[in-house]
Design a protein around this ligand. Structure first.
Ligand code: SAM
Ligand code: SF4
Ligand code: SF4
Length: 359
């Protein structure tokens, strides 16, 4: 099934002493988000608010063997953290097989981000295949709100999915909540109470002006400062939890007086580009060195044209070494800040979409 991918790796002459590979700002090539599909069974208002989308051609999607081979090449170049994402990754048929292939690699961290709708069906198989960390996106505790904002009435399935993950033995389950003014800003404290009661670590994410967020407005971003203020009023003062072992983590972590932990990913008001070690591969094998990058590097073409691992590794290494992206910081400096792409621009190139890049 995946023996061919594993057997190619020793050909890559990247001695460990040269790792990690630094970019132009000395940021290491450390973590990778692998998107397994651009399709989704939700339509979150901050990600997919339009009626129609242009999808990646099916024949362009990488097979599990191709994804695993790429993961192997990135691994040899120093990547130790891999997160599977999408679109909705659980829509990819047979995903546990890919997890099994990746779990055999010597990764520090193999994780999955999902909207949770299909988690109830797959949690046990994912865990059996070797997955240990799951993040579920949950923005509201109210089914009616989810119906209006994300166009799905499957809120109950998300909650059942979280419970199924717990029953399947997942100990580290995180929740992601994007807070948007006028949608769920009155649920900031309730979401944290819900997470604390279920022993889930909640991470608030500031609403970002990424590709796909065609309704984004600066005034709809609920900032880190506002979040902390709301939390302080309901639960008492949160204290920062330093995480020196994890210098590239995007979330700033806090602890409430009762011990509940949570995080804030302040991508808009306090971007963390300076320590960003992450890149992303779309389901068709296009590699982006920044969430905001205009263009990606086509890795599918060399994969399918018979390039050996060393050739692909050289391409990745050369690209990373030259990387100078600081997309969120660049956006922060803009005086007039509106949507990143209009709908027509997204239709011209669906790689610009957040649901294609994987968040
Ligand atoms: N479909 C899966 C999910 O929603 O968890 C995985 C893919 S989704 C693109 C990954 C993450 O990106 C989700 O947690 C989602 O909330 C987040 N996201 C999408 N659009 C965003 C935006 N405009 N601002 C901030 N986060 C966003
Ligand atoms: Fe929502 Fe994730 Fe689907 Fe985007 S990809 S619409 S964030 S569930
Ligand atoms: Fe990294 Fe780009 Fe995000 Fe900055 S904007 S944290 S460089 S992916």
């Amino acid at each position: 099934m995946e023996s061919g991918a594993g057997s190619r790796d020793p050909g890559i002459p990247i001695p460990d002493s040269r790792l990690p590979i630094p970019d132009a700002f000395q940021r290491p090539l450390g973590s990778l988000r692998l998107s397994v599909t651009d399709r989704c069974n939700m339509r979150c208002g901050y990600c997919m608010p339009e009626e129609h989308y242009v999808w990646l051609p099916r024949e362009s999607l990488l097979s599990f063997e191709e994804l695993d081979r790429l993961a192997g090449i990135f691994h040899r170049l120093g990547v130790r953290k891999v997160r599977l994402t999408g679109g909705e990754p659980l829509l990819r048929h047979g995903l546990p097989r890919l997890i099994g292939m990746l779990a055999r690699r010597d990764l520090v961290d193999l994780a999955l981000t999902t909207n949770g709708i299909l988690l109830g069906d797959h949690a046990a198989a994912l865990r059996d295949a070797g997955l240990r960390r799951i993040t579920v996106s949950l923005d509201t505790l109210r089914p009616d709100r989810m119906r209006a904002f994300a166009r799905t009435d499957r809120h109950g399935e998300v909650l059942r999915g979280i419970a199924a993950a717990r029953s399947a033995g997942f100990r580290s389950i995180k929740l992601n909540s994007v807070i948007v003014r006028g949608f769920n800003d009155d649920e900031v404290a309730d979401l944290l109470a819900f997470a604390g009661a279920g022993d889930l670590e909640l991470r608030y994410i500031e609403y970002m002006d990424v590709g796909g967020a065609t309704r984004w407005r600066r005034e709809d971003v609920v900032t880190r400062a506002e979040l902390l203020d709301t939390i302080r009023r309901r639960f008492g003062a949160p204290e920062p939890v330093p995480d020196p072992g994890n210098p590239h983590a995007p979330a700033e972590r806090f602890r409430l007086p009762d011990g509940t932990r949570f995080g804030i990913i302040a991508s808009v008001t306090a971007p963390f580009c300076g320590s960003c070690d992450r890149s992303r591969v779309t389901a068709d094998g296009t590699w982006f060195t920044c969430l905001y990058a205009e263009r990606g590097v086509d890795l599918r073409e060399p994969l399918r044209m018979g390039a050996d691992d060393e050739t692909i590794a050289t391409l990745i290494e050369a690209t990373w070494t030259a990387r100078s992206d600081r997309g969120a910081e660049d956006r922060l400096r803009m005086l007039e800040r509106g949507v990143l792409y209009q709908v027509e621009g997204l239709r011209q190139d669906p790689h610009r979409e957040m649901h294609t890049r994987g968040g």
